[in-house]
Design a protein around this ligand. Structure first.
Ligand SMILES: [Fe+2]
Length: 315
């Protein structure tokens, strides 16, 4: 799939994954990867090992007999590093471009010998491909320490790593509901690093955002950036009051509802939620139509076998 005349999408969609990162129920997820074609050819990230063969076939078809010069590695989490070894084995002349931090972590994910083919880059380093130039932007703890983004200067394309990613099928699912859920489950506790990254991004003229999950974002990017500004600052998306309660015998429930009525009488928008298991929560992001279960406010970050998961999810 063409992003621009020189940039192609070669990612894959994983529609039958059971739990993303072993814990999040998702309506599928894409592992995105791109190729920048110029005098030199750069492949932007690999994919989860679940999809290595399909992805390599996409890459080979897009390359049409050529060999890539660089593999740019934004993030080493296995949903993106799972095919580095296979790619490096297939193209033995290809260099691996990553941050020094990523290089120090690399042997945990691939054969240690691959480090000899690595090119370590730092903040604002550039890689000239011909008419295209990649500028590297570090983004530590968005959401691992080695993360970097790449900005292609000539076409103003930002390869944003996991930032601006979302669950779901990039061709059919809307960005916002699952992007919100993705953000708060994957990077939500790293608000300060995300805010720092947004400041760096504000200095760039961006025409398209190419994340590692979900659709390529084009057109008016203010909606997406605006949501990230709200989420990373822990500001509410809507002004209002949330009254959440658990009630063993119903008395706390009565008190909570009474409190909600009193607040409502003051003119505030009030949402009341019963935290008891089995409640179907009336919030838009909890149950995509193609899912059979839901969690509030999102799946817990503990293992699926944990008590917290069992008490947080309803079916
Ligand atoms: Fe990811």
């Amino acid at each position: 799939m063409k992003i621009t005349d020189s940039i192609k999408y070669v990612g894959v969609y994983d529609g039958d994954i059971d739990l993303f990162e072993g814990q999040y129920k998702v309506p599928g997820v894409s592992y995105n990867s791109y190729i920048v074609f110029d005098d030199k050819i750069a492949v932007m990230d690999t994919v989860d090992a679940r999809k290595t063969n399909e992805w390599l076939a996409n890459v080979e078809a897009a390359l049409n007999g050529k060999a890539p010069d660089y593999l740019v590695i934004a993030h080493l989490e296995p949903d993106h590093s799972g095919s580095i070894q296979a790619m490096a084995d297939k193209y033995p002349e290809m260099k691996l471009v990553m941050t020094a931090k990523a290089l120090s972590m690399l042997p945990q994910f691939v054969d240690a010998a691959l480090a000899a083919r690595a090119v370590a880059v730092k903040e604002n380093d550039t890689l000239a491909l011909g008419a295209h130039t990649l500028q590297f932007i570090t983004a530590p703890m968005v959401h691992w320490p080695e993360v970097m983004l790449s900005y292609e200067r000539s076409e103003k394309v930002l390869f944003s790593a996991d930032a601006f990613g979302t669950f779901g099928n990039p061709e059919t699912d809307p960005w916002l509901p699952e992007a919100r859920r993705y953000y708060f489950n994957i990077v939500g506790k790293y608000g300060a690093p995300v805010t720092a990254l947004l400041k760096k991004a504000a200095a760039l003229d961006i025409a398209a955002i190419c994340p590692l999950h979900g659709p390529v974002l084009t057109g008016d990017l203010s909606e997406y950036v605006g949501k990230y500004q709200v989420w990373s600052s822990y500001a509410p998306e809507e002004a209002g009051v949330l009254v959440a309660y658990g009630s063993l015998h119903g008395n706390t429930a009565k008190a909570a509802k009474l409190a909600a009525d009193m607040i409502r009488e003051q003119g505030a928008k009030v949402t009341v939620v019963d935290l008891a298991p089995g409640t179907i929560w009336p919030l838009p992001w909890q149950k995509p139509s193609n899912m059979t279960s839901c969690c509030w406010p999102a799946p817990p970050t503990t293992a699926i076998s944990s008590p917290r998961w069992k008490t947080s999810c309803c079916t």
